[in-house]
Design a protein around this ligand. Structure first.
Ligand code: VOV
Length: 249
């Protein structure tokens, strides 16, 4: 019997990680550097219009460590819009001085593991909508990583009966909820879209809460037994003037 969880799917998500080719950027004429930065900031301002109109969302963060210099996370109602925005970014002058570091394609997802019985259309429920089409808080810190649920011998998530998965997810949800107000999570599904099964994006104003939450979850059976992880990316927000001063030489 097919016991796949039923998912609600919201906005499509692109996490686009770039390294700066600082050596080449430093060689650029200061006036051209200024123009290229202004062009990029104007692009971000235009993105903000979609956030304001609630027709999409974006987040712009530096990444600490050598994996990338910055990450632009974009959410839109269709994958086509993500592709268009990606192409537009690639045609900006500043993009000539970036090197693709990593990217992740997914769609914001809610599962029915903990949903109650109801006849209402979940897509009309304001609480569900707020999670499927999230307004991104301008939190100071971001943490992103892709993950799978294990399919290995006796530890096969996909062979567990629905009820067992529900029980396990309840425990997961309880830990998560104890971080309410400290960490906000966006879980996006990527089966068929990218190399892992989910993207996990966490936001917080206290970077240490990422470590505490993720560590606590490691002891919970859903993660301890069934989770496998890709690379972790952690960063700090680039907002206001920092969107341009980050590129100053
Ligand atoms: C910040 C806290 C937090 C909270 C409150 C929370 C709650 C919940 C609930 C209630 C549910 C189920 C219903 C739904 O909403 O879909 C989920 C679902 C999910 N989660 Fe979660 N999670 C959190 C946080 C949180 C983290 C930190 C991780 C990474 C795990 C780790 O070990 O590093 C994670 C993963 C997931 C995944 C991959 C799914 C989908 C699983 C699937 O098989 O479909 N999650 N999650």
């Amino acid at each position: 019997m097919n016991e796949a969880a039923i998912t609600l799917d919201g906005w499509y998500v692109l996490h686009d990680f770039r390294q700066m080719d600082w050596a080449s950027w430093k060689q650029v004429d200061p006036e051209l550097r200024k123009q290229a930065t202004e062009e990029f900031v104007a692009f971000l301002d235009e993105m903000q219009l979609a956030d304001d109109a609630k027709t999409g969302a974006h987040a712009f963060y530096t990444i600490v460590g050598q994996k990338a210099d910055f990450m632009l996370m974009t959410l839109r109602p269709t994958m086509d819009e993500l592709q268009e925005l990606e192409a537009r970014f690639n045609k900006l002058t500043i993009a000539d001085f970036t090197i693709p570091a990593y990217s992740y394609v997914s769609v914001v997802e809610l599962s029915n593991y903990l949903a109650g019985e109801s006849n209402e259309d979940p897509y009309q429920n304001p609480h569900v909508r707020a999670r499927l089409y999230p307004e991104l808080q301008r939190s100071q810190y971001i943490c992103f990583y892709p993950m799978d649920k294990r399919r290995d011998g006796d530890d096969n998530w996909y062979m567990l009966p629905m009820q067992e998965r529900k029980d396990l997810m309840r425990s997961h949800g309880l830990i998560g909820r104890s971080y309410a107000g400290k960490v906000k999570q966006i879980i996006s599904g990527s089966v068929g879209f990218d190399d892992f099964e989910w993207g996990v994006t966490l936001f917080s104003d206290d970077v240490l809460q990422f470590k505490k939450l993720i560590y606590e979850m490691r002891f919970d059976e859903v993660s301890a037994r069934y989770a496998e992880f890709g690379s972790f990316f952690t960063g700090t927000i680039l907002a206001g003037e920092k969107r341009s001063t980050f590129f100053n030489i």
